[in-house]
Design a protein around this ligand. Structure first.
Ligand code: FE2
Ligand code: FE2
Ligand code: FE2
Length: 214
């Protein structure tokens, strides 16, 4: 190779290396999980589920003290479902290269009647506003794992809201513990008593794997 050609060859290699470095850097910035709004939503959901889990266990104790044994079982079942949700969200957060973060702040514990009203409010917000918004954003980002974990939680929160409403309007009959509640260990779907289906209607888990909470 002539001297002039060698320089041209060298300059070309430098230019190509520079262009490749810039491209890789731009790609890694575009794919940076920390820029994702969905990651922020997953952290908010992880924090919400962690707080709901702790709050429902406290509400279960209060219901037990007040003699509402079936309400106590429902709070414990919902607490387990929220634990399923927080673990599902945590897996997706970790898969995106981040660390799940939650700050537990227990509210003041009131009467079981008031605690049920508070629980209905929280579940209704999650099911009608929060999770639908989070799912829409995850769809925009084509994040299938986030869509799945948000959708599992959304379906379970709808059942929780219904079960809490049923408990509130039958408070006196819910003093006696009966067949308990079944909770799906994969999606947190919650049913009163024995499930009448063979597979979870949300995620397909065999109903025999449901956890019974009494
Ligand atoms: Fe939940
Ligand atoms: Fe819930
Ligand atoms: Fe399920």
């Amino acid at each position: 190779m002539k001297k002039g050609n060698r320089w041209l060859h060298f300059a070309l290699i430098v230019a190509i290396s520079f262009a490749m470095t810039m491209t890789v850097s731009a790609m890694s910035q575009a794919g940076d999980a920390n820029d994702s709004k969905t990651l922020e939503n997953l952290q908010a959901a992880f924090n919400g589920e962690s707080n709901a889990h702790a709050k429902y266990l406290a509400y279960a104790n209060k219901a037990g003290e007040e003699g509402y044994l079936k309400v106590a079982a429902l709070f414990r079942a919902a607490a387990y479902a929220e634990e399923v949700h927080l673990n599902n969200h945590a897996k997706v957060i970790k898969g995106m290269g981040a660390r799940p973060k939650a700050e537990i702040k227990l509210p003041e514990i009131h009467s079981t009647e008031q605690n049920l009203a508070d629980a209905i409010k929280g579940e209704t917000y999650e099911q009608t506003v929060m999770y639908p918004d989070f799912i829409a954003q995850a769809e925009k980002e084509q994040n299938d794992a986030a869509i799945e974990t948000f959708s599992y939680a959304e379906a379970a929160e709808a059942e929780h809201a219904k079960l809490y409403a049923k408990a509130l309007s039958n408070l006196n009959e819910w003093k006696v513990a009966d067949a308990g509640f079944g909770v799906c260990p994969l999606c947190g779907y919650t049913v009163e008593g024995k499930a009448t289906f063979t597979k979870c209607p949300v995620c397909g888990t065999p109903v025999d794997d449901y956890k019974l909470v009494i």
